[in-house]
Design a protein around this ligand. Structure first.
Ligand SMILES: [Zn+2]
Ligand SMILES: [Zn+2]
Length: 286
């Protein structure tokens, strides 16, 4: 496969399921003993870690099913500039009952991305698990308007999930959003220079300096890629085998699903500080 699993992390599990169906059927099940839950086409005869994302390989995976996520806010109608409590409840699609046990992905039970409609607000947070199995996050959303929230979690007995929800925020007091702290420069090169829809695009992030780069949340970097209309959101990681002392460049492989403009937020940690930087990229059809 030359797409390097980029499709496996598109919103929802539909594409993950498609990907599983796309695997060669004959002789596959008998040969495969251990799979990566994030990159199901990564398989091995023995236990170990996925060379792509560093997750532990598992013996067999359940059928991919999309879990339901209920998002509640307090107050009911969030106001810009004031603290809103977000609560997430995950329901098992088979029983309709709340899920209370989750597997860790990248050192956390629940990852959440929040992006404003105009793409100027970005947050990568980790809601806290409550006694009833729900997850909560207090957050200040600075702008009025629509937001997309992308929940990334792995219910026990299921497969890793990426579920997007919308959130409407009403007008409120103006608050300033400080620029994210940074202690390294990050520039982006693409190959091909203009991405083609449906084909692999290699993203090379050149770091200056790269010395002192550290894994953060079990990965050398985290990338959220969102289409301008926020309908497609992809969460991608570079190869786990990356060696910062060998090359000052971290490579991610992605596939742009539709033509148009995308915003990419990349997050990498150097000397204890998480650097967040965004880039705009336009993909064209062949
Ligand atoms: Zn996270
Ligand atoms: Zn990540």
């Amino acid at each position: 496969m030359d797409n390097d699993g980029a499709l496996a992390v598109r919103t929802g599990v539909v594409t993950r399921r498609d990907l599983l169906f796309a695997l060669p059927a004959a002789g596959w099940a008998q040969d495969v003993e251990f799979l990566c839950p994030m990159d199901p086409e990564v398989r091995s005869k023995g236990p170990g870690r996925c060379p792509r994302c560093g997750m532990r390989l598992e013996a067999g995976l359940p059928d991919p099913l999309e879990y339901r996520v209920e998002l509640a806010t307090l107050p009911d109608r969030p106001t810009a500039g004031r603290t809103t409590m977000l609560s997430f409840r995950v329901l098992d699609p088979r029983s309709g009952k709340p899920v209370v046990v989750f597997n860790e992905i990248h050192e956390k039970l629940f990852h959440l991305f929040v992006v404003s409609e105009d793409l100027t607000f970005f947050a990568h947070e980790h809601p806290e698990r409550q006694a009833d199995g729900s997850f909560q996050l207090p957050i200040v959303l600075p702008l009025e308007g629509m937001y997309r929230v992308l929940a990334d979690f792995y219910p026990r007995g299921g497969t890793p999930q990426l579920i997007a929800k919308s959130l409407l925020v009403g007008a409120g007091p103006k608050v300033s959003v400080p620029a994210p702290p940074a202690n390294m420069g990050i520039t982006l090169r693409l190959e091909p220079a203009q991405p083609i829809v449906g084909q692999r695009t290699m993203l090379f992030f050149d770091l200056s300096p790269a010395e002192g780069l550290q894994p953060w949340l079990g990965s050398w970097g985290h990338l959220l890629m969102a289409s301008e209309d926020l309908l497609d959101m992809v969460h991608v990681h570079p190869k786990w085998e990356y060696q910062p002392e060998v090359a000052p460049t971290v490579q991610f492989n992605v596939i742009f699903p539709r033509p148009g403009r995308y915003r990419l937020w990349v997050q990498m940690q150097r000397k204890g500080l998480v650097n967040t930087k965004w880039f705009d990229v336009t993909a064209r059809s062949l």
